[in-house]
Design a protein around this ligand. Structure first.
Ligand code: XUL
Ligand code: CO
Length: 438
């Protein structure tokens, strides 16, 4: 078997002092944190599209990286070379999951029957590669945004034929996900949105997206898919306005259309920040609604207003993410690095450095989040902040024992309420710093 990353050894944990560029400094898979090994807390996942397909093309310039893996692009030989390279990559890093879009796996043909035959061939090949390894599929999805037919979306398209084509792609992508033992199936509503209300029937489009999702659920369950479906919220880009704007909007949509039993959310850091939220905010909103399912691990650049999909480096953000994940009792999905190396980082070594960075950042986030929870001061502060609801009038409010008139009478007697206690934000931030760097 050809080795693609010859100069790169298997990546091992060597500790924070290590200066070996091909070693983990924080990700120590067997280290037990809050009763579970790191590797179980952190089901790290390779995104097929960024790692094996994207080669640096942007709006202003062509590829900088060579991702041909020794084969001619657009051929099945190339598709198989990507599988070989991907498995070598995952094994060397100890990554146990991958995610894919249908068209990441094979070149799309003009005729869907031909594309599907190619998908059958490549998934047989992937299955063979999986044998004897502990590498599994995290989730699959259908790319319903790249091809020109999807210029107006898939479920939201004005064309019923395009809706049918999307259905056909979803059906096949679900078949593949089940065949590869995927834990989940993702809907990122790539172009499910609008450019102008002058030509758009928003109600009709949203109902049709829900229709397509119901059809997907019915089909998925009929072929034995027991995992979660996920919506991946994003506010904009490519569409000016996307329907799954953020976690709260997506949850409202799922409930409105009766999809909330089968779906959870796949929260992407850079999508949350594009929506004007922190990553932690969208994780919290998902978690308190019982809908935090999976994570697309990356980060944006707050100086740039677009989806830069950078490898996570921000330890504060990763810590607060892991804080939410630990409090959620983990994920049904995993941590998919929907991240790409910067365009000038174009070598195979950079691909490894990027994953080492991302995995170490989340490992550090996990260690620090566990310490914050064990420290207990944040939790204690929050609990005390709401203490006025545990006795007296507060307790009566929670118990549903008072009317608005009762409360008004209480207020009449009370005079002006005392100011609520200090929020102590700066003190709490200093605790976070002390735990991170103390
Ligand atoms: C796009 C994005 C997608 C989804 C899968 O912003 O995040 O790659 O994760 O379609
Ligand atoms: Co994503």
């Amino acid at each position: 078997m050809k080795e693609f990353f010859k100069k790169i050894p298997a990546i091992r944990y060597e500790g924070p002092a290590s200066q070996n560029p091909f070693a983990f400094r924080f990700y120590d898979p067997d280290r037990v944190i809050l009763g579970k090994p790191m590797s179980e807390h952190l089901p790290f996942t390779m995104a097929w599209w960024h790692n094996l397909c994207a080669a640096g093309t942007d709006m202003f310039g062509r590829d900088t990286a060579d991702k041909s893996f020794g084969a001619e692009k657009g051929t099945m030989e190339h598709a198989k070379a990507k599988v070989d390279a991907g498995f070598e990559f995952m094994k060397k890093l100890g990554i146990r999951y991958f995610c894919f879009h249908d068209v990441d796996l094979v070149p799309e043909a003009d005729d869907i029957k031909e594309t599907n035959a190619r998908l059958d061939e490549i998934s047989d090949y992937i299955l063979k590669k999986m044998k004897g390894t502990d590498i599994r599929c995290l989730w699959g999805t259908a790319n319903m945004f790249g091809n020109p037919r999807f210029m107006n979306g898939a479920g939201s398209s004005n064309s019923a034929d395009v809706f049918c084509f999307a259905a056909a792609q979803i059906k096949k992508a679900l078949d593949l996900t089940v065949k590869l033992g995927g834990r989940g199936y993702v809907f990122w509503g790539g172009r499910e949105g609008y450019e102008t209300l002058l030509n758009t029937d928003v109600k009709f489009e949203q109902e049709n997206i829900a229709r397509l999702m119901h059809l997907a659920v019915d089909y998925g369950r009929s072929i034995g898919f027991t995992g979660d479906f996920y919506i991946e919220p994003k506010p904009k880009e490519p569409m000016k306005h996307q329907y799954d704007f953020d976690a709260a909007t997506a949850i409202g949509f799922l409930r409105q259309y009766g999809l909330d039993r089968d779906f959870k959310l796949n929260i992407e850091a850079n999508h949350a920040t594009l929506a004007g939220h922190t990553f932690q905010h969208d994780l919290r909103i998902s978690a308190i609604n019982g809908m935090l399912g999976s994570i697309d691990a990356n980060q944006g650049d707050l100086l740039l207003g677009w989806d830069t999909d950078e490898f996570p480096f921000n330890v504060y953000e990763a810590t607060m993410c892991m804080y939410e994940v630990l409090k959620n009792g983990g994920l049904t999905g995993g941590f998919n690095f929907d991240s790409k190396t910067r365009r000038p980082s174009y070598t195979f070594e950079d691909m490894f450095h990027a994953y080492i960075l991302g995995m170490d950042t989340f490992a550090l986030g996990l260690i620090k989040a566990a310490q914050l929870i064990e420290d207990g001061r944040l939790d204690q502060f929050v609990s005390e902040r709401y203490a006025s609801y545990r006795t007296g009038i507060g307790k009566k409010i929670l118990d549903g024992k008072v009317t608005l008139a009762d409360l008004a009478a209480y207020a009449d007697k009370m005079g002006a309420p005392k100011l609520p206690g200090s929020g102590r934000q700066e003190y709490l931030e200093s605790i976070v710093n002390a735990v991170l760097f103390g």
